[in-house]
Design a protein around this ligand. Structure first.
Ligand code: SF4
Length: 312
């Protein structure tokens, strides 16, 4: 179900007017270079804006074009990705750069469907690049946008709509085709600054009059017992410091310290990143290292009964 025309016009005017006055000044909004925008979108996938800002400039200074990135060894790209984490993003970006150079003469295709076919770019990133670099009128639905759309149009999609095709179709239907860039950026800014997950600032929100979700949220917040119950479900996660992701990150950080061509034995690696530096046990790390190899983040060489690990 789609909102009626008058309602949509009111929502567009309120949000776009607010964005014109309050939109964040972000470096990737000052360019339409498809390469720079792709880099920013991949960096922003799991990292906050303020951590991405300096790295974005540094990374572009090292690798200013698809060609320069494609030419670089994977290990160098992984080195330059620090300290952003989620290092598989660096591997994916590098692979996309190679595809763009080999198959498209260094020029990114413009349409979201073509971008998805490159491999390595999901629906969100393909739409973001198609819209922000090439001006395509496609929706860009990340977690923040999903939440904001759910609240603004709670009567049509539900306060907490599941992501996926159906929400993307709805987002496309409410998109103002001639202002797609600003609209998508505005939804993101509203979700990042006012319409946050835990503390939506409804009294100061420019959308308060048009927002169907506002009274529903207020009613939900007045049910503290249920809220406490919801919070309790978050406490069952294992601590990050004992997770595989934590140790994978530490292993890659250790490999980054090596000069190109150097490697570390599995035993040295286990001592350097493990919970007990005096332990002689390195079996626990072998699976993690093999997983990193499969993800393109490490190379493994067996030599004289010893396992040696390095960046690719
Ligand atoms: S009024 Fe509240 S719930 Fe609605 S968009 Fe604004 S901050 Fe979000």
């Amino acid at each position: 179900m789609i909102a009626d025309r008058a309602r949509l016009v009111a929502v567009h005017e309120a949000l776009l007017g607010w964005y014109a006055r309050n939109g964040r000044d972000l470096p990737w909004r000052r360019t339409r270079d498809p390469y720079a925008i792709l880099v920013s979108e991949i960096m922003l996938q799991q990292t906050q804006v303020e951590r991405v800002r300096p790295k974005f400039h540094e990374f572009l200074a090292c690798f200013p074009t698809f060609e320069s990135l494609a030419r670089a060894p994977a290990g160098e790209v992984i080195r330059r990705w620090a300290p952003l984490g989620y290092n598989r993003r660096a591997v994916r970006l590098h692979a996309v750069a190679r595809t763009v150079v080999e198959r498209f003469e260094g020029r990114l295709p413009e349409r979201a469907e073509q971008l998805r076919e490159l491999g390595g770019l999901g629906s969100y990133t393909a739409n973001a690049v198609a819209c922000f670099a090439f001006g395509q009128a496609v929706p860009v639905v990340d977690t923040n946008v999903r939440r904001v759309l759910g609240r603004l149009f709670a009567d049509l999609v539900g306060l907490d709509p599941p992501g996926g095709r159906s929400l993307e179709r709805f987002a496309a239907a409410v998109l103002p085709a001639d202002r797609a860039y600003e609209w998508n950026q505005a939804l993101m800014d509203l979700g990042a600054t006012l319409c946050t997950a835990r503390a939506p600032a409804c009294p100061s929100c420019p959308m308060a009059l048009a927002c169907v979700g506002r009274p529903l949220l207020a009613a939900a917040r007045s049910r503290p017992a249920q809220a406490a119950e919801r919070r309790a479900t978050y406490t069952t996660r294992p601590p990050y410091q004992r997770s595989n992701r934590f140790y994978r990150g530490r292993i890659v950080d250790q490999l980054r310290l090596l000069e190109p061509g150097q490697s570390l034995s599995l035993a040295e690696l286990a001592r350097a990143v493990g919970p007990d530096p005096s332990s002689k046990d390195d079996a626990w790390i072998a699976d993690l290292v093999d997983g990193l190899r499969r993800d393109g983040l490490a190379t493994i060489v067996e030599d004289q009964g010893e396992t040696w690990v390095a960046l690719p």
